[in-house]
Design a protein around this ligand. Structure first.
Ligand code: COA
Length: 178
C-alpha cells in the first residue's frame, strides 16, 4: 500500500500537521479504538482495528486532492496524537472532521490543529468557507469550533454514527468564513 501524501507539513507551536503514511496505522488504530473517540464521529466504527486504519489510509491515498485533504496531527514530542480531514461531497463545500486520542484531550491541541488547518484551507487550498457539524452532546467539539471561529448556522441535522450501530444523532451544523 502506498499511503504517501506529498502535501507540505503545517507547523504550529506544539504540533505538526502532515500527510498520513502507512506506518501510522498501528498508532491510529490504538488511539481510535475507543468508543469515547469513535462514538463522537460519523465514520469511525467501533471496535477499530489496525486493518480498519490501513483501509482508511488506503482510501486517503486515493483521495482527489481537489476534493479533500487528510492530515495526521503529530505532537512535536509525543508523535501522532490524532487525525484531521476535509472532504468535499459538493465542489468547494469542504466539511471538517477531526479526533484526538484520549490521553491528549484538554490541552488545547484540537483548537491549535483546527486553526492551523483553516489557515491552510484559506491559503494553500483557496477555500472561502468550511462547514462542520458536531453531535449536540459533544460540547467539547462545539467549543473547539467556536474558538476556531466557526458560527452555528442554526441547522440541526441527523447524522449517523457508525460506532453506535448507525444510530442517527442530532448534529449542530456550523460554518467558518475565510
Ligand atoms: C473534541 C476533541 C477533539 C477536543 O480536543 P481537545 O484538544 O481536548 O480540545 P481543546 O482542548 O482544544 O478544547 C476543548 C474545549 O472544550 C471544553 N470542554 C471540554 N469538555 C467539555 C464539556 N463537557 N462541556 C463543555 N465544554 C467542554 C474545554 O474546556 C475547552 O474549552 P476552553 O479552552 O474554552 O476551556 C476531543 O475531545 C476528541 O477527539 N473527542 C472525540 C472525537 C471528537 O469528538 N471529534 C470531533 C467530532 S465533531
Amino acid at each position: 500500500m502506498c499511503a504517501l501524501d506529498i502535501r507540505p507539513a503545517i507547523g504550529t507551536e506544539r504540533l505538526i500537521l502532515r500527510g498520513p503514511v502507512a506506518a501510522d496505522a498501528p498508532l491510529i488504530a490504538e488511539l481510535a479504538n475507543d468508543l469515547g473517540v469513535a462514538g463522537m464521529t460519523t465514520t469511525i466504527p467501533h471496535p477499530y482495528s489496525q486493518a480498519d486504519a490501513e483501509d482508511h489510509l488506503a482510501r486517503v491515498a486515493r483521495l482527489n486532492p481537489r476534493a479533500g485533504a487528510e492530515f495526521a496531527i503529530e505532537h512535536r514530542t509525543f508523535g501522532l496524537i490524532g487525525m484531521l480531514g476535509f472532504r468535499e461531497e459538493e465542489p468547494r463545500r469542504p466539511q471538517l472532521g477531526y479526533w484526538l486520542g484520549r490521553p491528549f484531550w484538554g490541552r488545547g491541541y484540537a483548537t491549535e490543529a483546527v486553526r492551523a488547518a483553516l489557515d491552510w484551507a484559506r491559503g494553500d487550498w483557496r477555500r472561502g468557507a468550511v462547514w462542520a457539524g458536531h453531535f449536540a452532546e459533544n460540547r467539547a467539539s462545539g467549543q473547539v469550533l467556536v474558538k476556531a471561529g466557526f458560527l452555528y448556522t442554526g441547522d440541526l441535522e441527523r447524522k449517523p454514527c457508525a460506532a453506535r450501530g448507525g444510530r442517527t444523532m442530532a448534529t449542530r451544523m456550523m460554518v467558518w468564513l475565510a
